[in-house]
Each structure stands twice: as structure tokens, then as C-alpha cells.
Design a protein around this ligand. Structure first.
Ligand code: NAD
Length: 441
């Protein structure tokens, strides 16, 4: 019977997974190499923003079912199942995935394990990684214990991480034996009792399912954004277009929102890593469209700058409010964030940029300390020559012209997420630009 679970890596994915495993009734130890993170988590503090997660962590730290440590050795003889949830960022100076953390975690774990157990990779990895790690683990683990590997990619969305982990829309496991699958069925028994789709397959399929899902989502976003470039030139309403094609259930409306594009710690690096991997396999021609998707995505960020210049002329010395620097609402994650990139590009074009994000200012300031960071929407917009909405937080979606008209220096608004009603702003006397919508030259 599975009782004890370790989770190696307690970032966005690992901290969520550890807390949710405790919620399901297991005894859980989260392990990380970052002592500061472990100190926070051990006190029940979450070092990042994720709705519902702090409460869950506190509840299970208090109940004694969840604890955190930097000592990997301590879980080697204790856990029945070890999840690996360390980062696989884009390589510095390259486009492939940096697998150093996954490799290190797998090897150190294999060396630390002193009882029969299953290692389960959750990190997003290039196809072929699990099979390679499986051999590495066999080499590194003791001869008197049985240690095997499974791959169980994670599909959670930041902002909905707890819900997605406790009530996933599918579970995918890449396994090498029926016995390993049985262990995972036991871990996920609660979700399976609700008839959650269970996909049991080989390592390669499991690894590819994750990157294929991300590539498909990125493609949907860039697809509608390519059409945005057309409607910006010839006219037409991109939102109506998205609604109309989205009614076709084969297409679906989700992920068809025109705007400044995708970002975050997953989609951009995952599609680049996929291209790099297929190229290593001699299959460059299969995924060339992903490069196009990436280019469309990055062009949207530059479009915000050119539109700002259309509105203001030279940006040097102009005051611009940037609303939203997290890559999406309900998160404080600014990794590869379109909003933060736009803010930095505007700054590089000479503008005085004032950023306000409900959760992301602190992380953004670590990456781009030169920008101005303020604590409220009104402060950001005060005396602004232009207000740019870059992340669709509810607070920004609810904005009306009356909220800002006495605050700004000039009534110029650029809605880079296409979430506001252009007519309402224009009839209140604003110059209102929107990605996906024609703007007079
Ligand atoms: P993260 O950077 O927030 O967390 C990674 C953690 O691993 C860090 O705390 C780091 O200190 C720790 N770590 C690194 N090496 C370690 C080691 N040897 N031992 C113990 N801890 C170690 O990253 P994340 O966003 O949680 O992503 C983790 C993985 O999950 C990535 O592969 C990512 O692509 C994938 N993923 C993330 C999400 C998401 O929404 N964030 C969703 C699905 C999949």
C-alpha cells in the first residue's frame, strides 16, 4: 500500500503537487535545493501566488501530513513513490531544454533510495529523456533495491493549479510495467473513482503528449493573432471572427483570444525545446510551423510598441502606464511574460514606464529593475500620456473611461488583450487602440 510520497522540486508544480498529495491522504515530504523556499514552505508560507494553495499547504503542514526539507537522503528510505518536479528551463544561450536539474535529481534520488520504490517524472522533458533516465537510474541505484521510472506529465494551469491537480481532465502515465501502472493507479485512485480519463502508454508517448498539447495551444493563440494582423490592416472584428469559428465544436472557442500572445514558464520554452529536439532527431521539417508560431507571438509584442508610437509619436520622455506584467492573471509568474517584455521594449524606446500588476511587481522588479513600479492602477495611470493594458486581470477588465479620465495626462489607451469595449472609450473621447483592430494611420 502506498503511504509515503516525496516530491523533488517545490516550485509552482512541485509545491502544488505535494500539497494535493497530502490532501488526498498521503504523507508527503517536499524536497528542494533552495533553503529559502523550504524555510518559507515549512512555515506554511507560499513563496509565489497561487489561489487556494497557501491554505492547503498550511492545513497539511499543521496536520503533520506535509513537510519540507533540503535533505534528499532523508526520503530515500522513506517514500514509496518519488515525484520529480524540478525545472526544465530553456538552455542559456540555446533553444533546447536544460535537463541538468532533472538529471541531477534523478541520479541523486537513485543513489539515495534504500527501499523498493517508483520514481515518477512530472517535469516537461524532450522525448527520449525518460528512457535515458531509466538506464541511468538502473546504473546508479543499489543492487538490493528495485527502483523503476514512470513519466506522468503535468497539465495544470497556473491560477487553477489546485483544482487542476485534484480534478484533472485526464491523467497520462508512461510506464514500463503493469506493476508501475498499478502503483500510479493507487496514487490517483481518487481521481479514477470519478472516471477521470486514464491514458497508460509508453515513455515516448507520455513525453510527447505534454509537448503536443502545449504546441497545439500555442498554435491556436498564434493562429488567431495572425488573423489579427490581417484585421488590423483591412478592418474586421477579430473577436467576432474568433466567436464565429469557435462555435464549430471541432475548433472550439478557448485559446482563440487575440492579443499580445502567450508567455510564461512553459509554452514558449516548450515549443522551442520541441523544435530543437525534432531537429536533433533529423526531423526539422516536421515542426517548422512552430517557428512561425513563435515569430507571430513575438511580433505581437513589437506591435504594441509601434502602435504606441503611432499614438504618441516619439516615445522618448513620454509617460506610459503598463497594466499587468504577469504572463496571465491569477499568477505572479513573470517568466517570458508578454506584458513585461512590452514594458521593457517601451522603456528601451525612451518612455518613462510605470508598471502596476496586482501580484507581479516584485518578480518583475527583480528582472527589470529599471522600470518604475507602483502599488495601484491609479498611481500607474497618474499623468500618463498612454495607458497600455497587457494582462487581463479582472481589475483591468472592469476599467471604464470614467475611472481614468481625471487621472491621466492624455486620453490614450491601448488594449493589448482586446478585452475592453472600444466604442465606450471612443465615445468618451479617448484615442483607443486595440490589438486585432484597425487603427487609423
Ligand atoms: P520552478 O522553477 O518554479 O520550480 C523548480 C524547482 O526545482 C525550484 O524550486 C528549484 O529550486 C528546484 N530544484 C532544482 N533542482 C533540484 C534538485 N536537484 N533537487 C530538488 N529541487 C531542485 O518550475 P515549475 O514551474 O514548477 O516547473 C517545473 C516543471 O514542471 C518544468 O518542467 C515545467 O515545464 C513543468 N510544468 C510546469 C507547469 C507550471 O504551470 N508551472 C505546468 C506543467 C508542467
Amino acid at each position: 500500500m502506498i503511504k509515503n510520497i516525496s516530491v523533488i522540486g517545490t516550485g509552482y508544480l512541485g509545491a502544488t503537487h505535494a500539497a494535493c498529495m497530502a490532501e488526498l491522504g498521503f504523507d508527503v515530504v517536499g524536497v528542494d535545493v533552495d533553503p529559502e523556499k523550504i524555510e518559507h514552505l515549512s512555515r506554511g508560507d507560499l513563496p509565489f501566488h497561487e489561489p487556494g494553495l497557501p491554505e492547503l499547504i498550511r492545513r497539511h503542514v499543521d496536520s503533520g501530513r506535509l513537510c519540507f526539507t533540503t535533505d534528499l537522503e532523508s526520503v530515500g528510505g522513506w517514500a514509496d513513490v518519488h515525484f520529480i518536479a524540478v525545472g526544465t528551463p530553456q538552455q542559456a544561450g540555446g533553444t533546447g531544454a536544460d535537463l541538468t536539474y532533472v538529471d541531477t535529481a534523478a541520479v541523486s534520488l537513485a543513489q539515495a533510495i534504500t527501499k523498493d520504490s517508483l520514481i515518477v517524472g512530472k517535469s516537461t522533458v524532450p522525448v527520449g529523456t525518460a528512457r535515458r533516465l531509466s538506464s541511468l537510474i538502473a546504473e546508479e541505484s543499489r543492487d538490493d533495491v528495485s527502483v523503476s521510472l514512470a513519466w506522468n506529465p503535468e497539465f495544470l494551469r497556473e491560477g487553477f493549479a489546485v483544482e487542476d491537480t485534484l480534478r484533472p481532465d485526464r491523467l497520462v502515465v508512461g510506464v514500463g510495467s503493469e506493476a508501475d501502472e498499478a502503483v500510479l493507479r493507487e496514487v490517483y485512485a481518487e481521481a479514477l473513482s470519478r472516471e477521470t480519463p486514464w491514458v497508460s502508454t509508453d515513455f515516448e508517448t507520455a513525453e510527447l503528449v505534454k509537448v503536443a498539447a502545449n504546441a497545439f495551444l500555442a498554435t491556436k493563440i498564434s493562429f488567431i493573432n495572425a488573423f489579427s494582423e490581417v484585421t488590423e490592416t483591412v478592418g474586421g472584428d477579430i473577436r467576432t471572427l474568433a466567436d464565429a469559428i469557435g462555435h464549430d465544436t471541432r475548433i472550439g472557442r478557448k485559446f482563440l483570444n487575440a492579443g499580445v500572445g502567450f508567455g510564461g514558464g512553459c509554452l514558449p520554452k516548450d515549443i522551442r525545446a520541441l523544435q530543437t529536439r525534432v531537429s536533433e532527431l533529423g526531423l526539422d521539417h516536421t515542426m517548422t510551423f512552430l517557428n512561425e508560431m513563435d515569430q507571430i507571438n513575438l511580433r505581437r509584442r513589437e506591435r504594441v510598441v509601434t502602435l504606441s508610437e503611432q499614438i504618441l509619436g516619439d516615445l522618448a520622455g513620454r509617460r506610459i502606464a503598463v497594466l499587468g506584467v504577469t504572463f496571465k492573471p491569477l499568477s505572479d509568474d513573470v517568466r517570458d511574460s508578454p506584458g513585461l517584455d512590452v514594458a521593457n521594449r517601451l522603456f528601451n524606446a525612451g518612455a518613462d514606464v510605470f508598471v502596476y500588476d496586482p501580484e507581479g511587481n516584485a518578480n518583475a522588479a527583480k528582472r527589470f529593475p529599471r522600470l518604475g513600479y507602483v502599488d495601484s492602477l491609479a498611481e500607474a495611470a497618474r499623468d500618463a500620456d498612454l495607458v497600455v493594458l497587457t494582462t487581463e486581470w479582472n481589475e483591468f477588465k472592469a476599467l471604464t473611461p470614467a475611472d481614468l479620465e481625471d487621472v491621466v495626462a492624455a486620453r490614450n489607451f491601448l488594449d493589448a488583450r482586446h478585452v475592453l469595449d472600444a466604442g465606450q472609450w471612443e465615445s468618451a473621447g479617448w484615442t483607443f487602440a486595440q490589438l486585432g483592430r484597425m487603427f487609423p494611420q
